[in-house]
Design a protein around this ligand. Sequence first.
Ligand SMILES: [Fe+2]
Length: 302
Amino acid sequence: MIKVKRLRHATFTTADIKAQLDYYQSIIGLGVIARGDGRILLGTESDELTLVLERGAASQLTSIAYEVAPGLEPAELQKSLASHGIASEIRSDTAPGIAKSLLFDDTDGHRIELFSRWGFCKAVEPIRGLAVAKLGHVALHSPDPERTAKFFGDVLGFRVSDRIEQNFVFMRCGPEHHAMNFARGTDGRLHHIAFELRDASHMHQACDLLGRNRVQILWGPVRHGPGHNVAVYHYDPDRHLIELYYSMDVMLDEELGYFEPRPWHRDRPQRPKTWVGLPRDVWGVGPAKEASEFSPAMRGVK
Ligand SMILES: [Fe+2]
């Protein structure tokens, strides 16, 4: 079976590439690795490709890229996908440092890219803004979150970390509580993407920077229940919901099956479970009205 090890980068099309670029440089703190014809590649201070912006008519998430277990060649990945009845295509040089990758569509029509070998890419312009640590997770809507979760589990090796009633499934591919989550919705559009911050002082800096740039904080700061990450949410210029977070639960040993104990856990040990009822957050400010419009599922998620 394919074992995804890490979320690597996300690709968005945008009708206003200038506004998106300015936001991801000056607020999120990614640096330009390369600029092509209507395509800009951005990376972190650690020289990891993180975000691809492509000029397009609609502003939407188009592709998610993952690193798989080392040594897995695209032809082997293709064979594994074929055993699930999934057609895929091997491509060369989709981005700097990625010589070969495998592309296919998931059950909800998202383009997925897999590769086992990648190279660090240094930004050619100075990093400004928050200089986030990494792209931490992608949350997608799904008409059937359990079906999507089963696909990511069976085909890509993700494990369920938590559920919120029938509405949300959190999945991990490494020690962190979630790299993907699936929220009940009418279609497969993006729910939110999340960038990791270093610590509480970095979060403080983030809130100050958002405030100085008159970007409204829509939810938080809050310590969530599922994952126990401390988070704030806001919109990027294309009105994609962006989460900034730190201090997420980690499962250091899959065999032990519980998350590393923390003082704020109510369950001892904290194992994967289905969260029911409110409040789910440990502390913090609930979502603003402006944040609930993008998703009926959000209104029930605390
Ligand atoms: Fe999140």
